[in-house]
Ligand binder design. Structure first.
Ligand SMILES: [Mn+2]
Length: 424
């Protein structure tokens, strides 16, 4: 299904007076907002193809209904999100879950909906039906050269699919590691992984980037071969200028200072992109901003400051992606909430009084530093984010419109209640 423009206009018309009152009040205390509005309008967050269906845990998966059963339907779902918020203009595909059988037709379907292809993701963390060799004991780190070769070939194949779709980045997340002390020679595992990544790097087109994503633990519980940002940074540095670290918010040990990691990676020009999500205990893959919105704001504070120092384009110079799993919510509703949370935090970070903060830092005025940051964090930026949406022809209240148009009910009618999306 596709959303008719007139339904969005009707919805906005009904909410316009209320919105205008709130936005006028906001503007009256914030001066010229045109620059910030422009940045908010440009900022797009890629939707992961694997998050459009219901996720599960290792215990159970409780299917939703009307899930997308093909890559075409997944693109349609992102089209619905993008029509509602004009902030989800990209999709990040996972191979082999979303192999584009006919790249030209997939591309044109996406482009009609205003959707581009963000980073493509390889998968060597599970065995596929008919696969020759197993990844049970790792992929690029494996002691057996032929398993490593199979994993390298897969990544190169993923790049080829990405080229056909107009993507320009490859994300590599490896589950490689060990579950017990003594299982693995750490240095050999690192060297094997590095040499595999080097071969994959050789296959990257000039305009491409490769993102090396790290994760502290799980599915391996004793060691992970790309376990933290230091290890990812080491790989990315040894690989070369097209290699970067990818930060997934859920992939750290508890209480890690992610904003500091972000700041230093940016300083070294080695931050490639983001997987947004939120968590309470581990890699929970929850809705962005649902548990720790202050952390999200502090991360955006470092992003905005660090990108501005380097004159980077906020919208395009890093990869912005969601990586989440929706076990109990409607995936599309959850994704609307996540994109909204990202834009609220980004807007708050854009409002920080940088000059005063720098001056307060210089005089070691710790209380003032905190006041300045929290002044921005406690600002309700929802009307600002809504104004940016309105100007792009999106809905003032995306989630409300999603519900009042009965989008999910329509998708169930079209697709049935038993369709299960490909993915985890
Ligand atoms: Mn991730």
């Amino acid at each position: 299904m596709q959303l008719e423009k007139s339904r969005i206009e009707e919805h906005n018309h009904n909410h316009l007076r209320d919105h205008q009152r709130k936005f006028d009040f906001f503007s009256s205390s914030h001066g010229n907002l045109e620059n910030i509005l422009k940045k908010l309008m440009d900022f797009q967050v890629a939707i992961p193809s694997w998050a459009l269906g219901t996720g599960g845990t290792r215990f159970a998966r409780f299917s939703g209904a009307g899930e997308p059963g093909s890559l075409e339907e997944k693109i349609d779902d992102v089209g619905i999100l993008h029509a509602l918020n004009q902030s989800s203009g990209a999709i990040s595909l996972h191979i082999p879950w979303d192999i584009p059988e006919n790249a030209a037709s997939i591309k044109s379907r996406a482009s009609k909906l205003g959707i581009k292809f963000d980073a493509v993701n390889s998968n060597t963390f599970q065995d596929q039906p008919g696969q020759k060799l197993s990844y049970k004991f790792g992929s690029l780190q494996h002691v057996d050269k032929s398993v490593r070769k199979q994993a390298i070939d897969h990544n190169i194949e993923v790049i080829k699919y990405g080229i056909e779709l107009g993507s320009s980045a490859l994300t590599v997340w490896l589950a490689d590691g060990s579950c017990f002390p003594g299982q693995l020679n750490f240095r050999n595992a690192f060297q094997n992984t590095l040499s595999g990544l080097q071969e994959i790097y050789q296959a990257l087109p000039n305009s491409w980037k490769v993102f090396v994503e790290y994760k502290a633990f799980e599915p391996n519980f004793y060691s992970t071969t790309v376990g933290d940002w230091g290890q990812s940074y080491l790989y990315a540095s040894k690989l070369g200028p097209k290699a970067f670290t990818l930060v997934d918010l859920g992939h750290h040990l508890p209480n890690a200072n992610i904003e500091q990691i972000v700041s230093l990676l940016l300083m070294e020009s080695k931050l490639g992109g983001f997987h947004f999500n939120d968590s309470k205990y581990g890699d929970d893959d929850l809705t962005v901003g649902s548990i720790r919105p202050y952390q999200l704001f502090l991360i955006f504070n470092e992003l905005v400051e660090g990108m501005d120092v380097k004159n980077m384009n906020h919208a395009n110079d890093l990869g912005w992606m969601i990586d989440a799993s929706h076990n109990v919510k409607d995936p599309l509703e959850d994704l609307l909430q996540s994109v909204e949370a990202i834009k609220i935090a980004y807007a708050q970070a854009l409002l920080i009084d940088r000059k005063s903060l720098t001056e307060a830092q210089q005089r070691n005025d710790v209380a003032a530093c905190q006041e300045i940051l929290q002044e921005a964090f406690r600002t309700d930026t929802r009307s600002l984010v809504a104004e940016a949406r309105l100007r792009k022809g999106a809905a003032l209240k995306p989630l409300e419109l999603f519900r009042s148009l009965k989008v999910r009910e329509q998708l169930i009618k079209e697709r049935g209640s038993n369709r299960i999306a490909t993915g985890l």
